[in-house]
Ligand binder design. Structure first.
Ligand code: PAF
Length: 285
């Protein structure tokens, strides 16, 4: 695996590639990230992963400074997966001057995650656009764990006519259901034991919908209450339509197979997000 830090080195190493498959990350890689690299391998003759902790997508009181930076372990994991190029730019390479031009994403960016993390998706889209311009991938793989991010990036690619295929990848979970996330590292042993409950609550709502319930507001508030009673600070538990993440029709006219249940909540000092399809559909989003 070639490790490059600058845009010039990157383009030099990708010069002969026919089809570039790209996995953007912020590092601290776990089995979920590595599964994205494996999927990328199925789609391109050159697999590029980036590691860049993007300051623009962190709010002033968020964890930019303490976000885990584990370059040596990440490098070894990517090497094992047969990644061809690791692009690990310094901040100066990505933002040589203050980034005053920003992507303004679709209104969906102000809902769900965006309602609790103002500016988050502007920061994500801006860095993803820059990374896409530098890597020039044919295919880019994004995990369904960050479902709203996947939708918003896909929308950006479509609306700006970028010739990149966005491939969704299933969420990888621990045996107890907890979605793998770099932020799981922040959890104390007690919090780690409680953490799968977010998934259980979302899965429970999804199963109720699959069994015919359409009173989404009741299901959402029961889910929020259950988590709150267990000590979580809940941002949202939301039933949405899987295609555009719009609010489903209150009379239950949407086909349950297309619905998805999303949640975000904080346990101790750690904010976790997750989502589940009402009916699991491999490879779709
Ligand atoms: O999902 C992430 O890790 C980040 O939001 C991304 C896409 C690498 C942009 O910084």
């Amino acid at each position: 695996m070639k490790i490059v830090h600058t845009a010039a080195e990157l383009s030099e190493h990708l010069a002969g590639a026919e089809c570039v498959a790209f996995v953007p990350t912020m590092g601290n890689l776990h089995a979920g990230h590595l599964s994205l690299c494996r999927i990328a391998r199925q789609h391109g003759d050159a697999v590029v992963t980036s590691i860049f902790v993007n300051r623009l997508q962190f709010g002033p009181n968020e964890d930019f400074d303490r976000y885990p930076r584990t370059m040596e372990a990440d490098r070894a994991g990517l090497e094992r997966e047969g990644v061809d190029v690791l692009f690990a730019p310094m901040e100066q390479e990505m933002y040589p001057t203050p980034q005053v031009y920003r992507v303004q994403p679709a209104p969906l960016a102000n809902e769900l995650e965006g309602a609790f993390r103002p500016g988050f998706f502007d920061g994500v889209c801006t860095v993803v656009l820059k990374l896409f311009n530098l890597v020039q991938p044919d295919v880019a793989v994004f995990g369904k764990k960050d479902r709203q991010q996947l939708k918003i990036v896909r929308g950006m690619v479509q609306q700006f006519n970028m010739p990149i295929r966005i491939v969704p990848a299933e969420t990888i979970r621990a045996d107890d259901g907890l979605a793998l996330s770099s932020r799981n590292n922040y959890l104390t042993p007690e919090e780690r034991a409680e953490a799968p409950h977010l998934y259980r609550v979302l899965r429970g709502i999804a199963d109720e919908i699959a069994a015919g319930r359409t009173d989404y507001a009741n299901l959402q508030s029961a889910g929020r209450m259950e988590l709150a009673q267990r000590g979580w600070k809940v941002d949202y538990v939301a039933v949405r339509h899987g295609i555009g993440l719009r609010i489903p029709h209150p009379e239950g006219f949407d086909h349950p197979n297309l619905l998805v249940v999303l949640g975000a909540a904080t346990l101790g000092a750690t904010r976790l997000i997750d989502n589940v399809d009402v009916i699991k559909k491999d490879g779709e989003d």
